[in-house]
Design a protein around this ligand. Structure first.
Ligand SMILES: *Cc1c(COP(=O)(O)O)cnc(C)c1O
Length: 473
């Protein structure tokens, strides 16, 4: 299996190359030259596999350049009981809705699912090439902590993670700054998230520096993350159909609702559907920053500026430019790179592109529908789910449940992806339910642990100095 750019440039890449690369050389995103397919008999033959073994089967269709035994070892390490006590439990919450538990990992958010595999796969790819990699990233909370927990203690990788000083929750700070591993460097920038991201972009734009310091990224466009997320759609379908009579399972359709920001998680579901998994609808749930909902309702994609992006109570979805959408557009335009380039030229020229003429295909052909959830919706959904089932859901998952309810269909189970645990967003839970969530002893210890962070001004030279001094070479 080879990977090509959505904009048609560059040579095809192997999975291992794609995983180290991030963006394609022409600024496009890497996609499989052809999606692998899984027939009903193969799908059924995976029913008794544990999560790591299922991951080996699904990822084996993408990572064809990694020997099967090696891939199995990577998956076993990524999804070991030490990291995920019980990978991906399904929990019915009434009203035809079931939660898919993706937040059982070390940072209590779904990003651990893909990042743990990426950490293993990166170290493996570097061992094969004899290289090292210094990951530089900016985070407003969830991505940075998931990356650090996945890469801590790795021998060929170090992490330089920029975060905005004083703008993360106590919980998010503790998850990152309490790590004492020598290869993890937390850098708190005097500024906001966009300042952090601009510093990273400027640095990555300096190709000489980038090469000399072996800089890399693990952002949401990374192909290994997208493919690792495909696995839990297969897992959830298998678990949702376990209770059916064998004769009823083949082709049995379920729908998934996905709290969305960068369009990474739901894109993985789109891939799973394209591979033949019986998915009826992929329900995209947005918060008030609803550029994606606007696109899937009108066909017009109009990204917003950082200044137009609202700070909401589902902060990990406060994104107004969905970097993975290009992979969907590539399919929408029949995999013609020149049409992708034209759309992005239009975006640069006019600030928007328009696929209104294709609107009927979004649901009919691709299965994607969408909706928006607001702060009040989150609060009332958290309350309603708690009253109905006794389950406390986090604000992002609540956005998913709210929009999922608008697309319920008789006889089609609705699976909502749980993207974080409520403990991470205690303030909103207290606002919704009037209770303080009890913290486990483990979480209390985390909040009390000593922290390690370097504070810098919003200044590129300070960042360069830290990287030059501490990067692996
Ligand atoms: C990252 C994140 C999302 C959005 O996922 P995308 O892949 O960016 O669409 C939703 N909820 C939580 C809790 C997240 O951390």
């Amino acid at each position: 299996m080879q990977y090509i750019s959505t904009r048609g440039g560059g040579d095809p890449k192997t999975y291992s190359e794609a995983l180290l690369e991030g963006l394609a050389v022409d600024g496009g995103l890497l996609v499989p030259e052809q999606l692998p397919t899984v027939d009903a008999a193969t799908l059924e033959s995976w029913r008794d596999l544990g999560y790591a073994d299922l991951a080996t089967e699904v990822l084996g269709l993408f990572a064809t350049d990694i020997p099967r035994d090696d891939l199995a070892a990577l998956c076993a390490a990524a999804y070991s009981p030490d990291t995920f006590a019980a990978p991906v439990p399904l929990t019915p919450i009434g009203g035809g809705i079931t939660l898919v538990g993706l937040s059982e990992g070390p940072t209590l958010a779904f990003k651990d699912m893909a990042m743990q595999f990426l950490g293993q796969a990166l170290e493996y790819a570097l061992e094969c090439t004899g290289g090292v990699l210094n990951i530089v990233g900016a985070t407003s909370g969830d991505t940075g902590s998931a990356a650090e927990h996945a890469l801590r203690g790795k021998e060929r990788i170090s992490v330089f993670m920029l975060s905005p000083q004083g703008r993360m929750s106590a919980f998010q700070r503790a998850q990152m700054y309490s790590l004492q591993d020598a290869n993890v460097h937390n850098i708190a920038v005097e500024g906001v998230f966009d300042d952090c991201q601009n510093l990273v972009k400027d640095l990555a734009g300096d190709l000489d520096f980038k090469r000399a310091q072996h800089l890399g990224a693990v952002n949401s466009i990374n192909l290994a993350r997208i493919t690792a997320q495909v696995v839990y759609y297969f897992w959830a379908w298998l678990r949702a159909t376990d209770s059916l009579a064998p004769a009823e399972r083949e082709g049995f359709e379920v729908s998934f609702a996905v709290p969305s920001g960068n369009f990474g998680n739901i894109l993985s579901g789109f891939f799973a559907r394209g591979m033949g998994l019986p998915i009826r609808r992929l329900v995209l749930a947005a918060n008030e920053n609803n550029v994606l909902d606007e696109f899937f309702r009108t066909g017009v994609y109009r990204p917003r500026s950082a200044a137009q992006t609202l700070a909401t109570s589902s902060p990990s979805m406060d994104i107004s430019k969905a970097s993975n959408l290009e992979r969907f557009i590539f399919e929408l335009v029949g995999r013609e790179p020149q049409r992708v380039v034209a759309a992005w030229d239009q975006l640069t020229l006019a600030g928007a592109f328009d696929f209104a003429a294709d609107l009927p295909r979004f649901a009919d052909e691709f299965g994607i529908v969408s909706g928006t959830s607001t702060h009040d919706d989150r609060l009332s959904t958290i309350r309603a789910v708690y009253e109905q089932s006794g389950t406390v859901i986090d604000p992002h998952t609540a956005d998913g449940v709210k929009v999922a309810r608008e697309f319920l269909e008789d006889g089609v189970p609705m699976l909502v992806l749980e993207t974080a645990k409520p403990e991470k967003f205690g303030e909103t839970i207290t606002e919704a339910l009037g209770i303080e969530l009890p913290l486990s002893d483990e979480l209390k210890a985390l909040l009390a642990a000593p922290q390690r962070v370097t504070e810098i001004p919003n200044d590129e030279s300070a960042l360069r100095t830290i990287i030059e001094t501490s990067a692996l070479h």
